[in-house]
Design a binder for this molecule. Sequence first.
Ligand SMILES: N[C@@H](CCC(=O)N[C@@H](CS)C(=O)NCC(=O)O)C(=O)O
Length: 310
Amino acid sequence: AMLKFKSALYLSLALALGHGIHAFSFSSSSVSSFLHAGVKSSAKSKAGGLRAMARTKTILCSLDLHARPYVGKVERAPAITPKSPLPTLYVYDHCPFCIRARMIFGLKNVRHELRFMANDEVEIPTGLVGKKIAPILEMKSVGLTMPESMDIVKRIDQDESFGAPILRTASGRKDLSAWQEKHSETFRLLQRPRYVATGILPEFAFSSARDAYVRNHPVGDFKKADWQDDSKCSPEFRWGEYRKAMQRTSELLPVANEAIKELDQLIFAPEHCTEGGLSYDDIDLFGRLRSVTIIKDLVLTDKVAAYLDY
Ligand SMILES: N[C@@H](CCC(=O)N[C@@H](CS)C(=O)NCC(=O)O)C(=O)O
């Protein structure tokens, strides 16, 4: 997608890089920053395809543009430029729900603005939809503002002014949802500490934003209410638990690698995970799968790598 970045994004990235990170730091070698470069794969993928465009452009732009040519192997639809002002997506980069919304814009090649909110930003989302949530779609040209990733995907897919719909309905496959449920804890423990390990993701440029994320996302055996209760868990304690989760990498990584092998069997083809064509199954699966690419040293099978890269 022709993602249009505000200069504020670059500013916040620059700030993040110059700003250092939270009081404790993880080894940066544990974090691949959503680059496939950091993910082991026996498949030598060339350029990212449509989905790849939708998901990694931020990081590609700043770090890896020359290593990964911009043009993918997939013939792309001509870019569509909606009436001004362009639709705006308010997102967090790490958020799988936000990836869903970004995907449909990428797949239909619709120009839009992408705004990364700080993770502790309350005013912007509340002003738009009455609560702190991402993603949010704002289409000022038609007076529409809406949350809920799948509703956003549907709204954009079915908007004929952006071309004919491209998504088949969800298949309801139980094997994909069972896979996801079975392995959610493993991936949560691997991913959460990595998201906030540095300030490189735009929503985590500020240490207050990383603190807010840690406060809102327990790792380990805690009820969310207890985790968030300052009289039970201090910020230092919560960060300590994040550090412990990171230290479990050598134990968790082999489990995650096995999970990827299981997933390999469930993916029909690089182009779409379910037989018959691109569908809401892909919006859901790819949205989640993109997050695993932050785990350095995760071993992707050829098919999973090809699916991610298509
Ligand atoms: N059902 C919503 C879920 C969205 C969601 O949970 N987003 C998370 C970010 S991953 C969020 O904004 N949580 C509130 C917060 O971070 O304060 C959707 O599909 O869009």
